[in-house]
Design a protein around this ligand. Structure first.
Ligand SMILES: O=C(O)CCC(=O)C(=O)O
Ligand SMILES: [Fe+2]
Length: 268
């Protein structure tokens, strides 16, 4: 027997607090995202839903692919015009475990939420997109990230213009999401290397978002440098990433899939 009850969006999201279809609520969320680069909705998921999805994620943790990646903050190849310790090139280490969309059960509440028209329309309105589409490859739409003791995501900018995450389990200490707003481009359009250097050398205080499980985060990760601090303690930090595109038919690049998942998803 399937022990996951057949739930829909109203059983998953706290709709009393977050009126996803309400125009004013959407406009308020959009304003916060535009003004701060980040929208954080605590208690977005109902506690029963968090518990179900968290348990499901822990059951599947053994499937995770672990990658350790050396990267600069732009996640790009080195630029020989700058020295190795210049902010453009400085090498940082990140590590995490990840399970992919095809490893998430068909009946998962995460999938119900990801596919929900009400939720997608809400996200589109807040992000200012006409519509949002799932990834065309079988791996990249819904991911679950696991960060165990000592693991961290070092300072970086994302490739994608927005990110949507749901924290499922917090670590006892560390595992904080931190960001500094508006760092990628200066008004003149240049990369602001001095500001990045200050962040890397701990000379600039980041925003620290230590959140509770069930929190939804929308984030403009291409414009704001961010990281997840090293996890401390035995409890793994578990986070769902809901990835969408503003165009249909897009696959995550083969090189990114190999780096983050260790496979392409079309083998067998
Ligand atoms: O784990 C998080 O909260 C953020 C993840 C992130 O920045 C990323 O996957 O690029
Ligand atoms: Fe990121």
């Amino acid at each position: 027997m399937n022990d996951t009850p057949n739930l829909n969006i109203k059983d998953i999201v706290n709709l009393n607090q977050f009126a996803l279809t309400d125009t004013e609520f959407r406009a308020g969320c959009r304003e916060v995202l535009e003004n701060s680069g980040c929208l954080l909705l605590a208690n977005f998921l109902r506690s029963q839903a968090v518990e179900l999805v968290r348990k499901e994620a822990l059951i599947n943790k053994h499937l995770a692919y672990y990658c350790v990646q050396e990267h600069n903050v732009y996640v790009t190849p080195q630029d020989e015009n700058y020295s190795a310790d210049h902010p453009r090139n400085r090498k940082l280490m990140s590590s995490k475990g990840c399970i992919t969309d095809d490893q998430i059960p068909d009946e998962s509440l995460l999938r119900t939420l990801y596919d929900s028209v009400e939720f997608r329309d809400f996200l589109s309105a807040v992000l200012g997109e006409d519509a949002l589409y799932e990834y065309a490859d079988p791996l990249s739409s819904i991911n679950i990230h696991y960060a165990s003791e000592g693991q961290e995501l070092a300072w970086h900018f994302d490739n994608s213009s927005f990110a949507i995450t749901l924290l499922l389990q917090q670590s006892a200490m560390g595992g904080d999401f931190q960001y500094v707003r508006d760092l990628r481009y200066t008004t003149s359009g240049d990369l602001d290397f001095e500001a990045v250097r200050q962040v890397l050398d701990d000379e600039r205080e980041p925003q620290d978002l230590r959140m509770d499980p069930g929190t939804l985060v929308l984030f403009r990760g291409r414009e704001s440098i961010h990281r997840v601090t090293p996890v401390q303690g035995q409890q793994t930090r578990v986070l769902a990433v809901l990835a969408y595109n503003s165009q249909p038919g897009i696959e995550l690049s083969e090189s990114s899939r190999m780096t983050f998942y260790g496979r392409l998803g079309n083998e067998q």
